[in-house]
Design a protein around this ligand. Sequence first.
Ligand code: DX5
Ligand code: ZN
Length: 223
Amino acid sequence: MALPLRIAPSILAADFTQLGDQIRQAEAAGADQIHIDVMDGCFVPNITMGPLAVEAARRVTSLPLDVHLMIVHPENLIPAFVAAGATLISVHAETCPHLHRTVQQIREAGAHPSVVLNPGTPAVAVKEVLPFVDMVLVMTVNPGFGGQAFIPQMLGKIGEIRGMLDALGSTADVQVDGGIDVTTAPQVVQHGANVLVAGTAIFRAPDGIAAATRALREAVRQW
Ligand code: DX5
Ligand code: ZN
């Protein structure tokens, strides 16, 4: 059964002087959820947003807020992100020695749990928690920055994760993040991804947010 294709614009690439307007434009263009990249300068070499930004986004859109935590000790901040309005919270396998506990914590706090794999982390690292998650995010760049080149060797891992979920009878989503555009989107969808994060391709598109969102959806329509 094919899962619905969803587009998750990443506001990391948005114009922060007009963040509310940019999120509204993405919603009007047919975005399915808003991806918010939280970085701590420790797990990844960059610092971005926190619960305050999630709370601000919550006030301008009714779309699900898809919060990608690239932080050490994410368990300490899960209550704050849920209180700020996060719909779905993704935690990296690399930051969670007690991954099963953290996933349960997210669900008990009232958000959908998701686990993330860095490019260097094999699919098997999340195998034991697959029955407990609503999404798996396969990073297609090393996290930390927008605008990086897609790593094509990740296509196999996308298929591997989709296959493991299917074998469990799970309808959890497979999300991809990093270097997704009209060229790479059909490839990831063909391999089993159904939630596409796109920052640069949407918010930095020369023809605007609406046209870029439509183009991305059109690029994967046949799949
Ligand atoms: C990278 C972030 C991504 C980033 C993707 O660490 O997790 O969500 O915004 O940006 P693009 O789409 O520009 O590769
Ligand atoms: Zn992200």
